[in-house]
Design a protein around this ligand. Sequence first.
Ligand code: SF4
Length: 256
Amino acid sequence: MDFMSFDSHEIGASVSGLVHSVETCGTVDGPGIRYIVFLSGCSLRCKYCHNPDTSFVRRGNEMTAGEVLTDIERYAGFLKGSGGGVTLSGGDPLFQIEFSRAVLSGCKKMGLHTALDTSGALGAAADDDYLSLTDLVLLDIKAGVPATYRAATGGDLEPTLAFARRLAALGKKVWLRYVLVPALTDNDEDVRRVAEFAVGLGNVERVDVLPFHKIGAYKWKELGLKDPLAETPEPSGAAVARAKAIFTDAGFSCVK
Ligand code: SF4
């Protein structure tokens, strides 16, 4: 495909957005090798956010969708050959809905597989046209009890559940993600509610239980923010195994 074709209005070259960073060789955020675009901005304020510099303060480089797509195009053959594609992450890609729409649209024109990594909190902003440009949703459901969800994220659980139901009605593939945080989201009731809700949807291909980690802790310090989980340890192997068992018991066969 001709690079210059991305400068057309057709794919929204005039739509600009804030890009925090990109990763050209991701291996966990969707199938195959992924080109990952981390977009700035998020509506939630998770206590365990490992990208507060992306989500809370909206740091990033202003780029047009055409500029992003021109770079993606350099890797398109490699991505396709690996069975991979492009993942929009963040932050939350739904926070910059028109920018992410333009990037997704250009990716589909290149014949690339597309994935969204989102909490779904802003799912109502993604219309059916937007979702038709998305092959896979990596959906983070942060907790199954509304009070826990609010304590962990500052937001409401219901918009995410409504988005999950809508994805199911559309038959959209979902990989569910659950971040296990000691003394916050690791109680059986939260995990069980998410598992039982998700197994009933019928479109969740895989579940990833992600242990809370401290990798992003330094960013809170750099931003002058108090890290609310500074004293929280990473979960034990036994706790992770227990959460995975709850998903398996609910009926999931692919739990990682
Ligand atoms: S949804 Fe993700 S990006 Fe947004 S605050 Fe939570 S962990 Fe950070």
